[in-house]
Each structure stands twice: as C-alpha cells, then as structure tokens.
Design a protein around this ligand. Structure first.
Ligand code: NCD
Ligand code: ZN
Length: 374
C-alpha cells in the first residue's frame, strides 16, 4: 500500500452553512444524515412547508416559525449537532420590527432572500427592492444579522434564459448586489451556493462582511455533466455552469487565502426528481459532502496528502464558515475522520416519504474515493 492509499485527515466537526432539512417525516432522517458526515451544526433553510416566515410561534401570521423549527431540530439533534441556525424567510409580511425583536431574542441569526419564483419553494418571495424600500434590509444591517442571498435575477426570457455570458446569477452580481452593498456597506452578506466567476470576483473585491458558500456539485460538475445523458440528479438551482466558472470556484476554495469561502452543501432532497413536465431542482448530498468536497479539491489539483493542502481544506470545510457566522469553534477532540478508502454510496430510505438519491448516484457512479467516520 502506498502512502496515498491510507491518507487520513482528522478534522474538527464542521457546520454545513446551507442545507434543506425539510419537515416531518423527512426532518429526523435528514438530521441523522448531517450528523453521520461529521456536522456539529447546520444552517437549515426556511423553504419548508409551510415556509418559516415568522420568528415567534405566538405571531398570528399564517406561516411556520423559526422558533418552532429550531425546537423541533434541537429535540432530534440535541448535543450531537448543537449549532443550528434557521434563517427567516423574507416575504411581503416581513417587517423591520420582526427582525429587531428576533435579533434581540437571540432566536434569529440570519435572514434568507429568495428571488421570486426562482427555485423550489420560492413562491412566497418578494423582490429585493421591496426590502430595500421598507427598511427590512436596513434592520438586518443594523442588527448585525446575516443576509443569506439566493443571488439570481430571474428576468431573462425563455430564449436567453441561460447563456455563457448572461445568466440569472451574473445579472444579480453585476446589477443588484453592487447596488445593495453600496446602499448598505456594513451588511453581512453571504452569496449562497455561488456558481460563477462573476460572483466570485464580486465577493473577493467586497469587504470582509461579504462571503460565499459553495456546494460540492458546483465544484465537481459543469453543465455538460448534466446535459450528457440528461443526468437529472444534477439538476439544481443555480444551474451548473461552464468550465471557466468551475475553475474560478476551484481556485477560490483551494487557495491558501480562501477565508471568504466556505462549505454550504445546499443539500436539497426530492423523492421525485423527474416528472413528465419537468424536473425538481435540488441535489442531495446528505451523508457524503466531506467526501465529495475532498474529491473536488483533488480534481482541482489540491492533493490531500500534503499537510499544507489539508490545512486549506480544513479552513474551507471546518473553520471559515463558523468564523463568519461568529459560531464557537469545535471543542478539542470534537473531530471526525476522512480517509481515502473507497465507499459505496447508498440511497436514503425515508419512512413515510420515499427514497432520496445522494450524489454521485444517478451520474453512472456509485462509489466515492473517500469515506467518513464520526
Ligand atoms: C432547493 C430546494 O429544493 O429546496 N433547490 C435547489 O435546487 N437548490 C431550493 C434552493 O436552495 O434554491
Ligand atoms: Zn438551498
């Protein structure tokens, strides 16, 4: 056996800073999948049914509450995954007072902007200009909460919906995001699931209050992988992009000064992906994300035998994100291991809901070069 075959990284438990844990009966199995891949925390997205668009359960608005969802996650995860953030879904009913009171109570740490009709569960979203006009963004800036932005501007017509030089994310980061940060220069802003060179340049040039999460699928695949054979398990929003975009993301995460970039899987399970009239957007990576990120780092030329490269990987997966969100660091000994031992990927059966397919299943591959032990 050569040295490469048994490379083992002992890593601090990490925080997945963008994942979809859905609602019962999916919630508990999805939390277990997060814990099984070494997560000590998750930023759990609010596009549940109903959406989490109020902070307190006592608020009479007809939505789910951040307070109740946090309680349900804590009841299942307990000390095994203590760092849980649930952002408030911004809708037409969000008020600055809701943000201010939520921040004061300690329940609210972040808010989520979805582009109207831009993705799965975005039906309650409102345009960013609404929140810039009604004081909601200002309240987020002043309270020091994080704005998690799904940075896409879905205004392109069908004919030019997707182009190498013009797509919904490029529009957002050349137009909307600069105006937002000019108006609110201290806003803590995360470019969620960043996919383009344009967004990457925007984040690099902005101040330390601007950072980005990056998914395994956008580091591993390009739009060609989705199109060749119509691999619909790779269909997610934002869409996979071109080689030059992937190169920009790979360069950003594998450079020694990758401090603005961190892991957020956007793991988004769907029990039915392809239908007769379209495909549900979302890639599921629960249970397998550190392995996929490790594979992506190595495909980007960042071989993980080297101690220096292991440090860069650790920053991206384990420390940059918690530092940006001001979460406590993992305690000494709160670790998991990632070993270069190939492991078969298994479907996740969810009682009462159906089966979900983790990547790379559905891409003609069923084995990952790395395995995880907690
Ligand atoms: C997400 C989902 O399924 O909830 N889908 C996706 O393609 N990423 C929604 C989202 O985060 O955009
Ligand atoms: Zn998402």
């Amino acid at each position: 056996m050569n040295a490469q075959e048994n490379t083992t990284l002992t890593l601090p438990k990490w925080v997945d800073l963008h994942a979809h844990l859905r609602q019962e009966p999916m919630l508990a199995p999805l939390i277990e999948a997060q814990i099984s891949m070494g997560c000590r925390g998750t930023l759990a997205m609010p596009n549940t049914k109903p959406p989490l668009a109020k902070v307190l359960e006592a608020d009479p608005l007809p939505y789910g509450s951040v307070e109740s969802y946090l309680g349900r996650i804590r009841a299942i995860a307990g000390d095994r995954m203590p760092e849980v953030i649930v952002p408030l879904y911004l809708t037409k009913d969000t008020t600055p007072k809701m943000i201010e009171d939520g921040a004061k109570s300690g329940i609210l740490r972040a808010c989520k902007y979805y582009p109207p009709h831009g993705t799965t569960g975005a039906d309650f979203a409102c345009g960013l200009e609404t929140f810039m006009e009604n004081g909601v963004i200002e309240a987020i800036e002043e309270t020091g909460l994080v704005l998690c932005a799904h940075g896409e501007e879905h205004i392109l017509g069908d004919a030019d919906f997707f182009d190498r030089n013009r797509n919904a994310e490029i529009l957002f980061y050349t137009n909307r995001a600069p105006r937002l940060l000019d108006a609110c220069p201290d806003l803590k802003f995360v470019a969620e699931h960043m996919t383009t060179r344009t967004a990457c340049d925007f984040v690099k040039k902005a101040g330390p209050n601007v950072a980005a999460s990056i998914t395994p699928q956008h580091l591993l695949y390009t739009i060609s992988d989705l199109l060749k054979g119509c691999k619909y398990h790779l269909y997610c929003m934002p869409l996979l992009k071109f080689e030059d975009d992937r190169a920009a993301l790979r360069e950003a995460v594998t450079s020694a000064d990758n401090g603005k970039f961190f892991a957020g899987t956007d793991s988004a399970p769907h029990t039915t992906k392809a239908t007769e009239c379209g495909c549900a957007a979302g890639c599921f990576t629960g249970g397998y994300a550190p392995q996929l990120y490790a594979q992506a780092f190595e495909e980007a030329g960042c071989a993980l035998e080297s101690l220096e490269n292991q440090q860069i990987f650790r920053q991206f997966l384990c420390t940059n994100g918690p530092e940006f969100y001001a979460l406590p660091a993992a305690a000494d000994g709160e670790t998991f291991t990632l070993t270069r031992t190939p492991r078969k990927v298994e479907m996740l059966e969810i009682p009462g809901a159906g089966a979900v397919t983790p990547l790379p299943l559905g891409t003609k591959r069923d084995t990952l070069p790395w395995s995880v032990a907690v």
